[in-house]
Every structure is written in structure tokens, then in C-alpha cells.
Design a protein around this ligand. Structure first.
Ligand SMILES: [Zn+2]
Length: 499
């Protein structure tokens, strides 16, 4: 057998399986033989039923992942999960006709269109519109319609408007019965929406962004994937190949066959060069964070540079002071950047000081706990922060400037451990605290389910590429910060400068 033949037969086999899965999802009836034949013994038909998996087009595979959700896991577990086929048809005119005779017309509001112009197009008298707008809540819903809003008109042949239907809000649809131009009855119908936890998977191809968008990830999801979850493991500019693949677990909200919203990434895998990388979202102390499979935070406790893409102009140590001209200790590092460049909190912190501080000019001091503090000097301005306030890592705390004793716009950045100045460029940063105890147990339970579902989906769509690699065995969090030696000042006491 030649290689292309083999590839195409495997491809055909895969297509066959996907087809069978789709039939199953749509019709809830499929020949068991269909699945078990040529299935390499990987998954039986029964397992598929249990997994509640269904497939749609090409690379996009969605799976109901029961019991995996972030903070509300315990509450949700008792709710019956809806599992609908993914590709429901949108609410069509034909369907509306089927429901209430054959006189419904559905209008989708265009950009710039007003209720008045829609009614005029439909040849409905102004007096009827006024009556409708008198209904409690109607004005609010109908006078600020977004483009794409759907309005329903039930107009019998040779008759006038009999029923008018509109969406009061996200969760409620209103049907008004109309006789002459009077509203005679009002029905409020709950709009059903379903939350489905799904696996979305794809290959990187030419562009990760395009592929990820194609399978249904939002731009925010993609940012999370590249900037929060895999930032430290994968260089997305260099390391990624077209055959690398990603899979994520997200919650999708569907209503009437339409995807309304996609939630944050709950779990993600990235397989690059046969190596599996994983990341999981988990609420710790009411705050969602991403963790490795063994419960270590993916986020580092400190970012190295508090401003993006800045040029280091002065390192840590003794130097001739640029303003004073004398030899002094430079107790921080300087980054040249334009006035107004945002400065970010290097780690999660409590604001200790905001204000003018001698030669530092406008300065902010952040307390990161465990004896770590950072100082940011020469700012042109502060963002809206107050002492005592908690700021997460990456929060903009102020802007680059040249206030205080500075020759030009730059950020003077100091890193202190137990009050002692350390070089932020060379110090071993403390590892963030891993999950432990109950939280770790709960986390393990969730991640096992999510990872299992991802692997099921990958085994199907990438069957010809070999099974998904197993997750690396959990490694105990071994990284321990090197004991930070207290810096001793040699000889004469040095003066520190604020250059
Ligand atoms: Zn400096």
C-alpha cells in the first residue's frame, strides 16, 4: 500500500466515523455496528453515548462535558444538562409559519432602521404602533433595538396585524394580540437558553488565530490561550508548526439555535511536536486563575518588566549618577520609554504608597506580601489607585514620565525583599503558591474529566495522526525559591540614588 492510499483510507475512515457521530447526535439513533467497525478498539459506541459526544463540520468537534465547570460545579451537577445537536437551524420564517398558521413574517432590524420605519414597511398604521409602545416595558425594548433584532408580525391574508412579537430582554419574549389597533392580550414567554460545555479543537495550520476563530473561539479566548495559559511554555512566534493542535473546553450559551456567547477557557491543551501542554482554570479564593495539571499557577508571581517593550538604560549597581555626577549605588533598574507609556503592577499586590517621594518624583510602592515590595518612580501620572487597594498583576498603576530627579522620561524600578534592594533582572523570583488540600482535590477531579473529554475528541479527529499524548505525570511542585540572602553592604555605607 502506498503512503497516500493509506492516508486517504484513514481519512475516509475518520469521515465515516464523524458522519456516524453526527447522525447519532441529530437522530439519536445509529447502528452500533457502524461505530464499532474499524474503530481500532479505541472507543465503543456505548462510550460515545456516555460521553454525549457529537460532531459537526470538519475540525470542529463539540462534546458535552458533564460535571466540569468552574466555581459552580456543585450547583450545576444537579441540573439536567441539555444536550442538543450543535447545528440547529436558526428561527426561520418556515418554522414560525408552522407554529401559528401561515401568516407570520419575521423582520430583522437593519442598522439605522427605527421601529417607525419597520412598521411603515409592513404597512401597519401608526396608531397601532402607539398602542404597542404604551405597553409596560415596550418602549424600553423597542426604542433601542440593536441591528439584527428580530420582530415577528402575524398578519393574515387580507387582514390587519393580529399578533406582534418582540424580545423584551435576553430572557423574555412578548407576544401582543391585536384587534383593530387595540392590544387585547399580552403573553410573556421565557426564552430558553442552554449552556453547553464543549470541546473545540483544531490544528494551527497557517494561522493559529484563524483556525481558532474557525472552530468557535472568541478573540478573548485566543488571547487567554497565548498570553495567559501557554505564554511561558510556547513561543507562539517561533515554536508553532502547522500540524500542532489545540483543544479547549468552554461553555457556550445557545438560544433558539443561535450561539449567544462563549465563556472563558476552562481547560486547554496544546500539542506541539508531540509534546502535550495543559492548562486549567480554577477559582482560588473567588478569583479565577490558570494552573498546570498538577495545580501550580501558570502565572509567574512577578513579571520581569513592568512596561512592555522598553529599553533597559541603566542596570542595578554602582554607577556615576547622571544628574549628581557622583558615584552612587543605583538601587533599581531604568527603562527608557516615552512619556505616558503605561506601567503595570509586577505582581498581585496591595498599594502601599501613591504620591510624591523626593527624588523619585511621582512614585508608587506596591506590597506583594511575603516581604516583597516594588517601587516605580518618575511617573508623569498615576492611574486611579489608592493606598490599601488590591491590584492584580498587570494592572496599570501609572505612566512613564520624568518627575523628580530624572534627565529624561524613564521608569525607575526597584525590587525589595524584606526591605533590601535586589536586582530585579537577576533575582530568582518566588514561585507562586500551588493549590493544596481541598482545593487541590477538587481541582484534580475537574481536570481529570476535562482532559479525558479532550482526549476522546482528539482521538477521533486526529485518528490518523496517532493518539493524543498522555499528560505528563504530575510532578510535585519542586521549585522552591532560592533563599534570598540579605545583601550586606561592604565598607562604607553607600548612599542610594534615585536616578
Ligand atoms: Zn533609576
Amino acid at each position: 500500500m502506498t503512503v497516500p492510499e493509506q492516508a486517504s483510507s484513514v481519512g475516509a475512515e475518520r469521515r465515516e466515523r464523524l458522519k456516524a457521530l453526527r447522525e447519532k447526535a441529530l437522530k439519536r439513533k445509529v447502528l452500533a455496528r457502524h461505530l464499532s467497525d474499524g474503530f481500532n478498539g479505541r472507543w465503543s459506541g456505548r462510550q460515545w453515548v456516555q460521553a454525549g459526544l457529537f460532531a459537526t463540520l470538519g475540525m470542529m468537534v463539540a462534546a458535552v462535558v458533564p460535571g466540569f465547570s468552574q466555581s459552580t460545579a456543585s450547583v450545576r451537577a444537579h441540573e439536567p444538562r441539555q444536550s442538543l445537536a450543535l447545528a440547529l437551524p436558526p428561527l426561520t420564517l418556515a418554522r414560525l409559519k408552522g407554529e401559528t398558521g401561515d401568516s407570520w413574517q419575521l423582520v430583522r432590524v437593519n442598522r439605522g432602521q427605527t421601529l417607525g420605519s419597520v412598521f411603515k414597511d409592513m404597512d401597519i398604521p401608526k396608531s397601532t404602533m402607539s398602542q404597542i409602545l404604551e405597553q409596560p416595558g415596550a418602549r424600553e425594548a423597542l426604542m433601542r433595538m440593536k441591528p439584527g433584532t428580530e420582530l415577528g408580525f402575524d398578519i393574515p391574508v387580507n387582514g390587519s396585524l393580529r399578533t406582534f412579537r418582540y424580545d423584551q430582554d435576553e430572557g423574555h419574549r412578548v407576544e401582543l394580540s391585536i384587534a383593530g389597533d387595540k392590544v387585547t392580550d399580552k403573553k410573556v414567554i421565557a426564552r430558553q437558553s442552554q449552556v453547553r460545555t464543549v470541546v473545540l479543537s483544531g490544528k494551527v495550520g497557517k494561522s493559529l488565530f484563524r483556525s481558532a476563530r474557525k472552530v468557535g473561539l472568541t478573540p478573548a479566548n485566543i488571547n487567554t490561550l497565548t498570553d495567559d495559559i501557554f505564554k511561558y511554555d510556547i513561543d507562539f512566534n517561533e515554536d508553532v508548526g502547522t500540524d500542532d493542535r489545540f483543544s479547549v473546553v468552554v461553555e457556550q450559551t445557545w438560544r433558539e439555535g443561535e450561539l449567544i456567547s462563549t465563556g472563558p477557557i476552562l481547560a486547554a491543551t496544546f500539542t506541539s511536536d508531540g509534546k502535550l501542554h495543559t492548562g486549567f482554570r480554577f477559582d482560588r479564593g473567588g478569583k479565577p486563575e490558570y494552573f498546570t495539571g498538577d495545580g501550580r499557577p501558570l502565572k509567574k508571581s512577578f513579571i520581569r518588566m513592568p512596561i512592555p517593550y522598553a529599553r533597559l538604560t541603566s542596570g542595578f549597581g554602582t554607577r556615576r549618577h547622571p544628574v549628581l555626577g557622583s558615584i552612587r549605588m543605583h538601587a533599581g533598574v531604568d527603562y527608557a520609554a516615552g512619556t505616558g507609556t503605561p506601567i503595570m503592577a509586577a505582581g498581585d499586590a496591595r498599594v502601599q504608597f501613591v504620591g510624591w517621594k523626593g527624588g523619585y518624583g511621582r512614585a508608587v510602592i506596591l506590597d506583594h506580601g511575603r516581604g516583597y515590595t516594588t517601587l516605580y518612580g518618575h511617573m508623569s501620572n498615576f492611574s486611579k489607585i489608592k493606598p490599601g487597594q488590591r491590584v492584580p498583576q498587570g494592572t496599570v498603576i501609572g505612566y512613564v514620565g520624568s518627575s523628580g530627579m530624572a534627565t529624561g522620561p524613564h521608569l525607575h524600578y526597584e525590587f525589595r525583599v524584606n526591605g533590601v534592594h535586589r536586582n530585579p533582572l537577576s533575582i530568582t523570583m518566588p514561585p507562586p503558591e500551588p493549590l493544596s488540600g481541598m482545593a487541590l482535590a477538587q481541582f484534580r477531579q475537574q481536570t481529570a474529566v476535562a482532559l479525558g473529554r479532550i482526549r476522546q475528541v482528539e482521538n477521533i479527529i486526529y485518528a490518523d495522526a496517532g493518539p493524543a499524548p498522555a499528560a505528563a505525570p504530575a510532578v510535585a511542585a519542586a521549585a522552591v525559591a532560592k533563599t534570598v540572602a540579605v545583601a550586606k553592604t561592604k565598607g562604607k555605607k553607600k548612599k542610594t540614588s534615585r536616578g
